[in-house]
Design a protein around this ligand. Structure first.
Ligand code: SAM
Length: 282
């Protein structure tokens, strides 16, 4: 049933045909294990909603794309490497012609995608390029309020940071910003050998159920406070937010108005605390 998915032989053949030597700069590590591909799609939980329009960033040689097309109603794949973007429709037509009409390809940097480029996507499922994984994730969450489900593969350490809870050492800006959009959790670990070429570090899956508990326009007030709070994470909030509020006294006033102890460090606050602080005003 899974024989249209790409295994090690097909990945090597495609790479040879295109004369692709995967580049580190573009984070090109291609999945060549159909079981892992199926596991990623299952972890996305797309089956509990019909009519899914999935964005895939960096389809590469099409390993995950084929499985997503099998599950979703539509897939829009955004690929920066023109050789890969050009080959993808051919690969789908050869391996799974019955799924070809579900795929749209955009040959661009995912960071330049705007709301006009993709029509009401409902999910983001991707093996993200490592060097831009967090910016791409946050950019798409911000750009498309219709996205309700995210399942991304990122470096293991980044997965842990995204899903970290307040008060832990690894809790930081990505943790707070991702949870602004909903519930973030780690959805599995992925070893190195399911990729060609094998990366040096393990990967992790992160799932976000985008409940979007806060009005989107709050983002522009909340995120600068989060950035300032973690810029010097050893400092108390009173000191770390002095620049943002104009002075330490004004920062203290905002914090106490919001019911937050000004001697705490930023790593102690939940996203809800940051939202309360932003709403407390200046
Ligand atoms: N999805 C494929 C797989 O799982 O086998 C490939 C994943 S590989 C980790 C990352 C892919 O993202 C590569 O195909 C790379 O060319 C592409 N890429 C890198 N930077 C990108 C960007 N800024 N926008 C869109 N695609 C990008």
């Amino acid at each position: 049933m899974d024989n249209f998915l790409l295994g090690p032989a097909e990945i090597r053949q495609l790479a040879d045909k295109l004369d692709v030597s995967p580049t580190k700069k573009l984070g090109q590590n291609f999945l060549h294990d159909p079981n892992t591909v199926r596991m990623i799609v299952a972890a996305a939980g797309l089956e509990d909603g019909s009519g899914q329009h999935v964005i895939e960033v960096g389809p590469g040689l099409g390993s995950l794309t084929l499985a997503l097309l099998d599950e979703a109603e539509k897939v829009t794949a955004v690929e920066i490497d023109p050789r890969l973007a050009k080959q993808l429709p051919e690969t789908i037509a050869q391996r799974a012609p019955h799924l070809s009409n579900k795929l749209t390809i955009i040959g661009r940097d995912a960071l330049t995608i705007t709301a006009d480029d993709i029509d009401n996507p409902t999910a983001l499922v991707a093996n993200l390029p490592y060097n831009v994984s967090v910016p791409v994730l946050l950019h798409l969450l911000e750009t498309f309020p219709t996205i309700t489900r995210v399942l991304v593969m990122v470096q293991a350490e980044v997965a842990d940071r995204l899903a970290a809870q307040p008060g832990t050492k690894i809790y930081g800006v990505p943790s707070v910003k991702a949870s602004f959009y909903g519930n973030v959790r780690k959805a599995g670990n992925i070893g190195k050998n399911v990729f060609w070429p094998a990366p040096k570090i393990d990967s992790g899956l992160v799932r976000i159920d985008c409940t979007r508990p806060y009005p989107p326009e709050l983002r522009t007030t909340v995120f600068p406070i989060v950035d300032a709070a973690f810029l010097q994470r050893r400092k108390t909030l009173r000191a770390a937010l002095a620049g943002h509020y104009g002075s330490a006294a004004q920062a203290e006033h905002a914090l106490t108005t919001a019911g937050i102890d000004p001697t705490l460090r930023g790593e102690k606050l939940s996203v809800n605390d940051y939202v309360t602080l932003a709403q407390a005003g200046h």
